[in-house]
Design a protein around this ligand. Sequence first.
Ligand code: HEC
Ligand code: HEC
Length: 436
Amino acid sequence: MSGWVALFACILQVPAAAPRATQDDSKDERVLIGSVPFTTPEVEAILELSPLPSVPPDATNAVYESEAAARFGQALFFDTRLSANGEVSCATCHVPAKDWTDGLRVGVGQRAVSRNTMSLWNVAYNRWYFWDGRRDTLWAQALTPLEDPREHDFSRVGLVHVLANDADYRRAYGDVFGKLPDVSALPAAARPGDPTKDPRAVAWDALDADAQDTVNRVFSNAGKALAAFQRELVSTDSPFDQYARGLRDAKPYEQRAITESAKRGLRLFVGKARCVLCHSGPTFSDLEFHDTRVDGPDVDGGPDIGRFQGIKDVQADPFNGVGAYSDDPTGEADAKVSYLFTDGHAVREFKTPTLRNVAMTAPYMHHGRFETLAEVVEFYSTMDGAADRDVRERLLVPVGLTGREIADLLDFLESLSGGGIDPQWMRAPEKPYLDQ
Ligand code: HEC
Ligand code: HEC
């Protein structure tokens, strides 16, 4: 009998006797379910990463939170009529079933662009848009691909005609922005550009300032509706979020949401691997720009200089948050755009991308250089192949991970894929307006 007692005592002792200390400095270690104990500072760092708060407001877009605007924008998002050849929509590159990206190294519309298509999951949490941040709001961003010759290659006047010639769109526009102006006297296609190369630019220059303003107003409103739609594309409640909730509320069951290996990867992420220095906060991005020294091929005969050009472009954009089409050009929009300046640091910097759902959005980096997440993590480990620079990003050093650590970090990144959204958002709506 005493043998059984001893055996029970032994079993009961297991948790206390288990080798808890894997690090010497872990004096105030917490005992957690599983084999990966975290220190209090580690737990604090982990809880900064979850949950995702509600979508931030955008004062420059008065219809940002309007359901009718979201429905209208959803129809525009899937509409191939808004392109030169009638074949390209936003969803051509931002494919809903591919986590709002395309699986290609670089996006292809009328022809290839020079950068990797960004996923639209949680896009509304960003401060800047595009890899170089050349747009400051989600609605101004949407206007750019519509006229980019490599993407939709459409014209803003053409867009107003599409709306005007479609009774459903006329109603949708009217419900959100008021009556669509009469554009029947305007040419079929016109847009700003180089008049020596594009007849549509000649047609644009021939319009008087009032007509241009009328068209720009409708064009920017289309962007605001597209933004209201994209605001809905929120992915959260990943296994990692469940785990973090379990950690916060001391709920052992939820702490089983990720594997032990993913927990070790998480410890690396907030510690030795230094990822959290840039991939911070609940979006896993500091929302700013860094030079990871993964250069791509030249673009138009020169290097892609990223943020350096992006700052100039966002300040020159007539649709930026401080411009005539913004619904609140003061306050935050002004603070963001007006005081930016370019210096050498911005050269070749790109936006820190979110890591939520990252396992679904290969290939990686601004030019799609890495095919797999393993390649990305191996790069951070050794920085082999990193371009040489006189001035270097100080936060980035080779972190020297073992094979096991790389596998753990990859398991952690896999745990960041969140739940989907209501499938009604993932296809063109039957009507671009809400039923009354
Ligand atoms: C030809 C493919 C293609 C089409 C068509 C396209 N996009 Fe994109 N999208 C991209 C690429 C590539 C990038 C990154 C480009 C860059 O940084 O220069 C991008 C970036 C974005 C971003 C920025 C995301 C971020 O985190 O900064 C948003 C938002 C977006 N697109 C929405 C749209 C909308 C809305 C449309 C339709 C009006 C559209 N896109 C049409 C390929 C495309
Ligand atoms: C100095 C800031 C910084 C640090 C530290 C950092 N990253 Fe990044 N990360 C970036 C930037 C900036 C990019 C985009 C670079 C580009 O496209 O050229 C990026 C891109 C990525 C991508 C590609 C995502 C995509 O959608 O293309 C992954 C994955 C990634 N980082 C994971 C990590 C991991 C894991 C760590 C830690 C080992 C880490 N990062 C450390 C700034 C950083």
